[in-house]
Design a binder for this molecule. Structure first.
Ligand SMILES: *[C@@H]1O[C@H](CO)[C@@H](O)[C@H](O)[C@H]1NC(C)=O
Length: 166
């Protein structure tokens, strides 16, 4: 519980970033939306399952998480949907899949990781904040590296990228 509280505190202070990347690929625009994929970065506010995928049997892998909408735990730190889910629904795209779970990312991927910090471990250290464990690893920078890796492996993503910051 102490670990989760620390993660939550760091989240509140340092993150994040409802960073939302909507990728627009020319020629693939559908009638009801001009977006063909969503890429999301952030912390537990946006995490649709990366944390739960990385850590077996965590709190959010068990009820009552997910009860309200999905009727099962999905790895979201919510009993219902997250903002990213509502955005995906609104623009007519599938719910954004957690990157660490693998799969088909042609419609986007979610890199958000619960407890992620925007700053690196070293930068936080300068402010007297010391991070340990997964908090060190899954920072915004790491998430962007995952995104770059995904872009390199999908030639179809070489399109017109539009960045939206909330
Ligand atoms: C998951 O964690 C809970 C609470 O610690 C425990 O009761 C349960 O047996 C665990 N389940 C598995 C499959 O390890």
């Amino acid at each position: 519980m102490r670990v989760m509280a620390t993660a939550y505190t760091l989240s509140c202070f340092f993150i994040l970033l409802l960073g939302l990347l909507l990728l627009q690929v020319q020629g693939h625009a559908r009638r009801h939306t001009c977006f063909s994929a969503i890429f999301s970065f952030g912390d537990s506010l946006q995490d649709t399952g990366n944390f739960a995928h990385a850590f077996f049997n965590t709190t959010v892998s068990r009820p009552p998480w997910g009860n309200t909408y999905f009727h099962r735990p999905t790895g979201r730190f919510s009993d219902g949907r997250l903002i990213i889910d509502f955005i995906a629904e609104r623009v007519g795209l599938p719910l954004v899949q957690p990157y660490l779970a693998g799969g088909d990312f042609s419609k986007g991927a979610n890199f958000a990781f619960a407890g992620a910090t925007a700053l690196s471990q070293n930068d936080l250290g300068r402010f007297g904040v010391h991070t340990t464990g997964w908090l060190r690893k899954n920072t915004l920078h790491a998430q962007i590296r995952w995104f770059q890796k995904l872009l390199q492996s999908h030639s179809s993503f070489q399109g017109n990228i539009e960045l939206i910051r909330d």
